[in-house]
Design a binder for this molecule. Sequence first.
Ligand SMILES: *Cc1c(COP(=O)(O)O)cnc(C)c1O
Length: 413
Amino acid sequence: MRVARTYSIVDGAPITSGDLLRNNQDRPMPHDPTTWIATELAELDAQGLRRTLCERQLGQGAVIRVDGHELVNFGSNDYLGLASHQCHAAVCTAIDSVGWGAGASPLVVGRGSEHAALERELADFEGTEAALLFSSGYAANVGAIAALAGRSDAVFSDAKNHASIIDGARLSKAATVVYRHNDLEDLERVLCENRGAGRVLVVTESVFSMDGDLAPLADISKACRLHGAWLMVDEAHGAGVFGKRGAGLVQELGLEGEVQVHMGTLGKAVGSAGGYLAADRRWIDLLLNSARSFIYSTAPPPAQAAASLRGLEIIASQRGATLRDRLWRNINNFGELSSQEPVSAIVSVMVGQNEPAVQAAEALLQAGFLAPAIRFPTVPRGTARLRITLSAAHETGQIEELHRELRKLAIVN
Ligand SMILES: *Cc1c(COP(=O)(O)O)cnc(C)c1O
């Protein structure tokens, strides 16, 4: 019988199943998993960094039930309240015609009419020639960055960029240069120092996911043009919130022509699931040939694409504009109550240490509000905070009550 050849991860030499057997007999397991896992978890406990899962039993939108408690939800990224939108018809039509699963990766036979229609709508939404659908925003970032930059290239990444951008840069094997958060001078400096590198890709979020502040996109795009760098913007928290048709901060600032790769998620304001890249046709042609998280992953269910399309249509319509107005009324209302200048739907209430942040979130839970404590490694050590996200679905009274509870805890004005 022929033995299939596999390759050792360490040195690339072929190994056979015989080698594997011998190795198992020769070497005892280097670590006792039980002890190791217990030690790791105890360490997380000691630092106040252990995460546990909760279970949402009811609802999307302003009021949900979690682990048996009814809570006003200030923890989701469903900025327009669309996660519970009426997309039954779109979903049922897709299921009736093609069933649930996509069955294969998009390049094989997984891409159906629903995916194609969504990609056309995404391109229209972003004002680009084409778009490419991924199974998540995480997959879109990882796939795009690793496809566009290689060993002899450089990726310039804001210090507060999302984990999926960091992971994409790591996978790319490009030299990754982290510039100080929203610091244009630092970006200019590192771009100058790296003159002579191969391709140069600058990646930033438009609205930063944990602080809610905005990237100076007009200046960043100018710097990119000056230094011949490509610009990729992650609009995960900008789409639905900014822009006259809700495409995001790039649209709000009229910078569509300055951004080579637009990235977004369908899991936040669109109220569905999935991720996307939008760009000129030839960029998308290249990406669909090289983004591994696109190529080697089953296409999302067609009905998911249909629901996403419905969410996008709503965002770009008059109803979307009305929901954005309502969202901004809520954002400004919370800003006035807490005497903070609001810039996005994300409000970061800084606490500092892990334990007090977790205790504050726990006290809010007891009072009927969900506002998650965010800790290292999601944010830097010593900057644990409550991350409050506002939505068009919130009532004025709910926002006022949340503010009252936060004042009781003495963590806002
Ligand atoms: C949530 C998020 C992503 C990932 O999107 P998913 O669709 O949830 O995988 C990427 N970038 C940023 C900034 C995010 O906040």
